[in-house]
Write a protein that binds this ligand. Structure first.
Ligand code: SF4
Length: 742
């Protein structure tokens, strides 16, 4: 990683934002965001506080520079393995978050009907008492399990603890069933364990990197983008499968603009070529896998000629790209992607990718997938919980539903809040750091579910749409103003990192640990929050784990002992199946009535005159969470809809680049106005929007009304029967030109 340069990082990660605002250290000139000054206050004499970022879930190490009690800029922590001294644009824009004038300032209690977004400011005491009374009432009438927690972000750990001691199993995160869940299930079925976050991929040492619908470079997972820049700099080749010519496609040897929904057919055809031409790693499969002959037979007829009319990719391109992919094995990485809820057959697509990785022998090899280790940490002692019957989560209406899911299905919790849909009804939601109105498919369903609740508590930093539907809104302070639990994810180099407040919380906002402890205490569970504050909690864990508290508080992170990560370092491939073998043929899936080897089935087409709606990410934003951040919105102020140039010309009312349009889906749902990006860089049968725009919350004065909300157009979804993920790329839109909005 030492060879990485700022310029190379920008070349990969910043291409989509014109090279602006990347890496770190640019935010100090934005000091004037919340003050009547625009000059750079400088940074000399700063106090520097090491912590880790919360602008997305990657949790890179940061150094917060503080002057006169204010954070002047945030830079990458060189001692933290997930940042290596650099931040992505969003992380560098953290000052735009802390000094966002639209932040929630005081606790709020609803005074009008749900959804009116009318509240009165109350004291913390009044707000917390109302929450506690509401929770206790629900518990008395319906049991503790009638309370659900929806959570996103690192600070959710305090509320997960609250739910555990409260006695509800209903803790869900849209990041599973609406995002990476199918991938976890697909790899778990093949290798015995999911991938987790950060993914154990060795991009840095890969010689060929295959991205299938993964927008790495626009999806800014800091370390991975750094590694991608490094790998490309060393000559790695990219194969990019995407209906859209993404930033990564611009670096690729092969861009395969696959017809949306046909990726499994392409993957099977690649496997066919590897078998037919003897390009797969036969010795590796013989040693580590079962089901080789079943797989060979399964793909025997799945030739590139078979795949051509399905995928739109010519047979010679399928063969050539397969040969390139195989030429680098085992240092040939089929990247697993992250946002994988597309068509409802997503676990099978993820499994096809996992199987391809096995055929390349890349699982457990340098340049492929690595074994990881975790820094061993002691827990904080808490009193033993009383014995009580454990309730089943309400997310699955039938026993055995979504048999491979290993997390609670957030959309299932939503269903369970509508009477008659589930095992038992949910009556209260605590929503921490996730704007369910945009994060869940079919907003109408989410709102209908909310109307059945006795209590909805929203804990957030900004007044996102979900707050407008809450009974009580509790303002959390930003990550720069709070301590949190320790971070020690599984990684190729085990580490532990601390989050520590750089400055005092602004307004009357409070840290999540405090809010959870206060609620816990008020519902009679104070004994299970025996720490004075998060710092004492963390220090207790550190001391019990023999970590030098002073050192980690100074450096932000300490490394654990190295672990062998790959065969080249003496480690066996990390296969966790009961047989110790990679399962190319899954008896488990067969037993459950699913295809034991991924099979291609055609997807439904949209009505005539419509295009499939695809969504993705911008390098300067994390969903809708950052769209009100003026620093991050300067390079990317609002989304635009990508439309194929030929299609745009042939519409009943032709659309030109920059025209304002509205998108109307197959059910009549509308989104926009949004500008059209008319381009040859996307197929004609689909359009593309960056997720997270089109806010309606009146408190988001910078984001409100900007761009189009993809969530408004996702009125349909296809549930993955294996793990409950909601495939959302099953909506189709037509384009209506409109006058420029005033
Ligand atoms: Fe922060 Fe960017 Fe790292 Fe995410 S990838 S944690 S936003 S610096």
């Amino acid at each position: 990683m030492s060879q990485i340069t700022r310029r190379r990082f920008i070349q990969i990660g910043g291409a989509a934002v014109g090279g602006a605002a990347v890496v770190s250290g640019l935010s100090s000139r934005w000091w004037g965001l919340d003050a009547d000054r625009v000059d750079d206050p400088g940074t000399e004499g700063d106090r520097v506080v090491a912590s880790f970022c919360e602008l997305c879930f990657w949790n890179c190490g940061v150094l917060a520079h503080v002057k006169d009690g204010k954070v002047t800029k945030v830079t990458g922590n060189p001692d933290h393995p997930l940042s290596l001294g650099m931040l992505c644009p969003r992380g560098a824009g953290a000052t735009g978050m802390i000094y966002d004038p639209d932040r929630l300032r005081k606790p709020l209690v609803r005074t009008s009907k749900r959804g009116d977004d009318v509240f009165e400011e109350v004291s913390w005491d009044a707000a917390l008492n109302k929450v506690a009374e509401g929770l206790l009432k629900v518990k008395e009438r319906h049991g503790p399990e009638a309370v659900a927690l929806f959570t996103h972000g690192f600070g959710g750990s305090w509320f997960k603890h609250l739910m555990k001691v409260w006695g509800s199993p209903n803790v869900g995160a849209p990041s599973y069933a609406q995002c990476r869940g199918p991938r976890e299930a697909g790899y778990q079925l093949t290798y015995g364990a999911g991938l987790g976050s950060p993914e154990p991929v060795d991009i840095e040492n890969a010689r060929v990197i295959t991205l299938i619908g993964s927008h790495l470079g626009e999806n800014m997972h800091n370390t991975q983008v750094q590694e991608l820049a490094e790998a490309v700099g060393k000559g790695a080749q990219l194969v990019v499968v995407d209906p859209r010519y993404s930033v990564a496609a611009g670096k690729a040897r092969y861009w395969l603009p696959v017809k949306p929904g046909t990726d499994i057919a392409l993957l099977l055809a690649w496997m066919n070529v590897l078998f037919e031409e003897g390009l797969y790693d036969a010795a590796y499969l013989a040693r580590w896998a079962t089901g080789v002959e079943e797989l060979r037979a399964h793909v025997a007829s799945r030739t590139p000629e078979w795949a051509w009319p399905i995928t739109g990719i010519r047979p010679e391109l399928i063969r050539e790209s397969a040969r390139l992919i195989a030429s680098a094995r085992p240092a040939s990485l089929v990247h697993p992607g992250r946002h994988t809820t597309w068509y409802g057959d997503d676990t099978q697509r993820a499994r096809a990718m996992a199987i391809l990785a096995a055929m390349l022998g890349s699982w457990g090899h340098r340049g492929g997938y690595l074994a990881t280790g975790k820094y061993p940490l002691a827990s904080h002692p808490v009193p033993k919980l009383p014995e009580r019957p454990s309730a089943r989560p309400a997310d699955r209406p039938k026993a055995g539903g979504y048999p491979v899911a290993d997390e609670v299905i957030a959309s299932g919790l939503c269903d369970a809040t509508t009477p008659g849909h589930a095992l038992y009804d949910l009556k209260a939601w605590i929503v921490y750091g996730t704007n369910l109105i945009q994060a869940m498919p079919d907003t109408r369903k989410t709102i209908a579910a909310i109307q059945n609740l006795d209590l909805l508590v929203a804990i957030d930093i900004l007044p996102a749409e979900i707050c407008g539907w809450a009974d009580v809104v509790l303002p959390e302070c930003t990550y720069l103003e709070r301590d949190d639990d320790l971070a020690a994810p599984a990684y190729k180099r085990p580490f532990v990192a601390v989050r520590q407040a750089a400055v005092e919380p602004m307004y009357e906002s409070k840290p999540g640990w405090w809010i959870a402890k206060e609620i816990g205490t008020r519902v009679g569970l104070g004994a299970w929050f025996p720490w004075k504050d998060a710092r004492e909690y963390v220090d207790t864990r550190l001391a019990a784990s023999k970590v030098d508290v002073a050192e980690i508080r100074k450096k932000g992170a300490v490394l654990g002992p190295r672990v062998a990560t790959c065969v080249e370092e003496g480690a066996a491939p990390p296969i966790a199946t009961p047989s110790g073998k990679i399962l190319l043929f899954s008896e488990e899936l067969k037993g459950l009535g699913f295809d034991p080897i991924p099979t291609y089935y055609p997807q439904d087409e949209g009505p005539p005159g419509t295009m499939r709606l695809l969504t993705g990410r911008s390098p300067t934003h994390t969903f809708g969470r950052t769209t009100n951040n003026r620093l991050l919105s300067q390079p990317y102020p609002e989304n635009e809809v990508w439309v194929n140039a030929q299609v745009a010309r042939s519409l009943p009312v032709p659309v030109r680049n920059g025209d304002w349009v509205v998108l109307v889906n197959q059910d009549g749902a509308r989104a926009g106005p949004v500008r059209a990006k008319v381009t040859e860089r996307i197929r004609g049968d689909c359009v593309y929007l960056v997720h997270g725009w089109g806010h309606t919350a009146k408190g988001l004065r910078y984001a409100r009304g900007r761009g189009a909300s993809d969530s408004d157009l996702i009125t349909r979804y296809k549930v993955d029967p294996i793990m409950g993920g909601t495939g959302m790329n099953v909506n189709f839109v037509r384009i209506e030109p409109v006058e420029k909005p005033s």
